[in-house]
Design a protein around this ligand. Sequence first.
Ligand code: NAD
Length: 490
Amino acid sequence: MSSVVAPEFVRLYIDGEWTDALSEQTLVTANPCFGTEITRVAEAQAEDVDLAVTAARRAFDDGPWRSWTASKRAATLLRVADLMEAHANELAELESIDAGKPISETLRVDVPMAAATFRYFAGWCTKISGENSPLSSDYLHYTLREPYGVCALIVAWNFPLLLAARKLAPALATGNTVVLKPASLTPLSALRLAQILDDAGVPRGVVNVIPGHGAQAGEALISHPGVDKISLTGSTETGQAVMRMAAQSITRVSLELGGKSPNIVFDDADLDAAARGVVGGIFFNKGEVCTAGSRLFVQSSIHDELVERIVDRAKSLAGHQGDTLDPDIRLGPQVSRSQLETSLRYVGYGLDEGARLVIGGERTHPLGKDVGWFLHPAVFTEVNSDMRIAREEIFGPVLSVIRFDEVEDALRQSNQSLYGLAAGVWTRDLARAHQAARALQAGTVWVNCYNVFDPAAPFGGYKRSGFGRENGQAAIEDYTQLKSVIVRVG
Ligand code: NAD
């Protein structure tokens, strides 16, 4: 077991206790840099899910969390943020070895942003209020914004800590209790976070963390009658399965799903900034980002120059692959052998369909032959919107470059997707930027930047990228239901 993993935080966290799975089953979590086991973690099955939901139910119905004053809940969530920062190195290391992320990134992005998310939602605790509407003079009307109860929170493996924070913080700020199921590939940071929540004073049963596989723990959680609200971050296929299961009981669902986001560079853009933004947009976190700007639309007159700059940057990134705990590493391995193989398969599809592979697309071995799941970032040109590499989410470092001449054509092709998570626009023309922002069918549009997130900015999908919003006031609304109270006063 890696020295950074404390032996107590590899068990299930249920009702304020660390426990083994009733079946005593475990799952292996591996370091993708080496393909080797980090440790084994207790693997929840349906009977453990039942214990976790029961604990959360009891904590909601009988526990103090919901009845605490809003300021006491806020103070607790602020302590969570403080403790995350106090343990930033440990959390960053766990995230780096488990998810294949450079330590420079987990220290700069994942951990601070997760802590900032708790701090932001701590601020909301004291600001959640209802409204009063004028009914006829005989009645007084007001609304109460109330928690749902027990929330099932299920997250993906690409930002394990941050995705967990985005769900936990608003769910807790609004007085819900939760059962969090991290992805089976990356359970470590969420388990460490459970202890931080405990240390911060979150009462027992309010938060339960149960690693497990989607088909077992995930399905048992979604279909548990004690769950009042579901929030999933995962693939569109999983979102569809979750909706089907939730339909049985009409359980509220929020879905943060996949994407195939367009990044459009117009001929008047600052090319240097655009090249940087495009490369960060697709290769950040080795392309394992739901908002990855995987379809690059470039206006013809600047096509060759921009591609050249992108290729230079991709080369430089490939020169900085290696052990993610090394502070000089800038690009990690794919999270698993299966993710590596998916990307390699799509490189094959691109070649078969006649796209031109300008760079990358092959497995690399910075730590020794056949060690780890590294891929050289790939750039395809001569792509058209009908090719699989332009239509399907790859979730790896594979960029498809599509040439365009007319603005309308770029916008039309950008919207020619089942997904609608995010989009980027690069231009110095203010009117064109705002017109594009309106025209693009996406939950987030970045102008002259990409992958900029803030806990205050609502985030979520159009079309098959899901519904519901994380971050911002929208997340508070997502974790609460509205009650109208009408009082006869006349
Ligand atoms: P996934 O759908 O396979 O798994 C996501 C989570 O759902 C995991 O915890 C998994 O165990 C669980 N799960 C899987 N099947 C389930 C089922 N039948 N019932 C209940 N739970 C189930 O996705 P992944 O491979 O972990 O993550 C990659 C996907 O997530 C990509 O499509 C990516 O775009 C998406 N994603 C979206 C966002 C966003 O905010 N929109 C963020 C990150 C990742």
